[in-house]
Ligand binder design. Structure first.
Ligand SMILES: C[S@@+](CC[C@H](N)C(=O)[O-])C[C@H]1O[C@@H](n2cnc3c(N)ncnc32)[C@H](O)[C@@H]1O
Length: 281
């Protein structure tokens, strides 16, 4: 761990995201409420946000990302998904805070350390649906395939979400994961967040340096944009930029509004991040 940075590894980035959800929850005009986020972030989450370079900045982007995942997940459930598979769930509390059918199954996957920490913090809380947590390294191909195949057999229509995960994977690792998810006939949709190559470089030069030293390097920002996933069986059907979304709610910083409207199609070097709904072909 480097001296200035409170991040000890990639799982600590979950505490960092929870910090922004805690802040949003304090706003009377918040785009969502997560009453668990402050507890889950803990003092460590606040320390991370305040010691990382730019760690407490760009709150609008974190909030827009959470908002868009909420929207896409709700839509998938309304369209008949009976299982939500949240890969790298971190300290996300959606099974407790969203309005969900009590029969819905929700499976959270993350490293053992963050799973057991979350379990302890939320021990007295009741999820609104059928929640299962799986401690797993998603880079373990054999284990993840076993999990996907079990869940595929146990659901009729599943939506996969991976919020804040793919950026820590190489293109080859993302492609491998995309293929393994596509292999499951019942996995109908996948919700991801994505950075353009231009945005990735910006992030690597700022916060990314410290994160890299802590073993949480930013790696993935494909030049093909959401089209990256097509060869692996996933077609982008809805792509929403974070800045555009924040602007809709008057939450975008004035100095960035000149970046709108977003370029049509692949954003390439343009600094762009967004959330994409992928559909299995
Ligand atoms: C930025 S956090 C996002 C957490 C959560 N999705 C959210 O948005 O609040 C990244 C998460 O990815 C998890 N992660 C990274 N690599 C992983 C891997 N190989 N296997 C399982 N989880 C992983 C980390 O432990 C961490 O919880």
């Amino acid at each position: 761990m480097n001296e200035q940075c409170a991040v000890r590894g990639v799982s600590d980035t979950a505490r960092w995201v929870a910090y922004f959800r805690a802040l949003e929850t304090q706003r009377p005009d918040g785009l969502f409420r997560d009453p668990y986020a402050e507890r889950l972030a803990g003092a460590h989450g606040f320390q991370i946000a305040n010691t990382l370079v730019d760690g407490a900045k760009h709150e609008w982007a974190w909030v827009a990302r959470t908002y868009l995942f909420d929207q896409f997940i709700s839509r998938a459930i309304s369209a008949g998904a009976d299982l939500v598979l949240n890969l790298a769930a971190g300290l996300d509390a959606r099974p407790y805070r969203m309005d969900l059918p009590s029969t819905l199954r929700w499976v959270e996957v993350d490293f053992p350390e963050i799973i057991s920490y979350k379990q302890q913090v939320l021990v007295n809380e009741r999820p609104r649906c059928q929640l299962e947590r799986v401690a797993l390294d998603l880079s373990d191909i054999t284990e993840r395939r076993e999990l996907f195949s079990r869940l595929g057999a146990e659901s009729t229509k599943a939506v996969v979400a991976s919020e804040g995960l793919l950026i820590y994977f190489t293109s080859e690792e993302v492609a491998g994961l995309a293929k393994d998810l596509a292999a499951e006939a019942r996995f109908a949709n996948w919700i991801i967040d994505l950075a353009s190559p231009g945005q990735l470089r910006l992030m690597q030069r700022t916060t990314g340096r410290q994160l890299s030293e802590a073993g949480a390097e930013f790696k993935f920002g494909p030049k093909e944009g959401a089209g990256f996933f097509c060869p692996y069986g996933w077609d982008p059907v809805d792509v929403q930029g974070l800045l555009k979304t924040a602007a809709q709610f008057k939450r975008a910083p004035a100095e960035l509004l000149s970046l709108l409207p977003e370029p049509k199609g692949n954003p390439g070097n343009y600094p762009w991040t967004g959330v994409c709904l992928l559909k299995k072909r």
